[in-house]
Design a protein around this ligand. Sequence first.
Ligand SMILES: [Fe+2]
Length: 319
Amino acid sequence: MNQPIAPIAVRPWTLNGMSERLIVSHYENNYGGAVRTLNAVRRELAALEAGAPASRVRALKREELMTLNSVTLHELYFGNLGGEGNKVPEPVGTLLEEHFGSVTAWRRDFVGAAQSLAGGSGWTLLTYSRRQKRLWNQIAFDHSQAAVDAAPVLALDMYEHAYHLDFGANAVAYIDAFMRNVNWAAVVERLAAVRADRPLPQEDLSDATLPSLSIEELSAQLAKGEPIQVLDARPRHHISRTVDLMEGAVWRDPDRVEEWIGELSPEQPVAVYCAYGFHVGCSVTRTLRERGYDARFIRGGVSAWYAAGGARALRPTGN
Ligand SMILES: [Fe+2]
């Protein structure tokens, strides 16, 4: 069972007081690292032979639990960023009032729990307990310790890697910035799901109307040696700030499709990526499809490829 990389579920350049660099580094290195570790641990577990030492089994099972939770909590974290944090919508506002006395009291409790982790590590979660039928704030150490029969509906990462690039050791300023950027719409959806005994939704900003490829599908096709033309279509202003691209890809300016479209082979499928898979890659894919090419965009863009540990190559200079 291979854990796939989820495309980043927030537009990382849109946050108020949190940099794109911070969010993308967190996604590619820490979230991606958790997915890669989980897959490695599961491969080790699957390869364990009968009679393997109990201590080895215990260590691997513990690691599997921690990394599986880390993967899920990170996906929830990115998915609950990108909104206007101060505007708590219904029915969340009423539930917070019911269960904490007021939204202000909830916020004080949640922020207080987060601040208690400054200089340490762990998660602060607003959790809905199905068993108790109520919301409460909890701290989860080691990516674990979630309550039984409960689901986190708002996740705040208090590991230092979540804020150090922008805030240094100033965890209080990071918590403030996080609260300003809470995407309450995601919390509303999650609460509705958990209260109806449905799984938590997976936030995904990818365009579902256009044919696409996941990172895992692309990588399987490349591994089999299937012919595929991989295009990096990040805008010139974005690519000029980076030194590398996906191994095997060529960069083509998305604003000058007419200049290079004739170089593509009409017989081979085309996979197009941009930075995160939200817009530019999709728009180039759409143009290519209109012109008769079998083109798909890569969900999650090059950021998801890097998060998965995909190979990178130095970008040739001069284009
Ligand atoms: Fe993290």
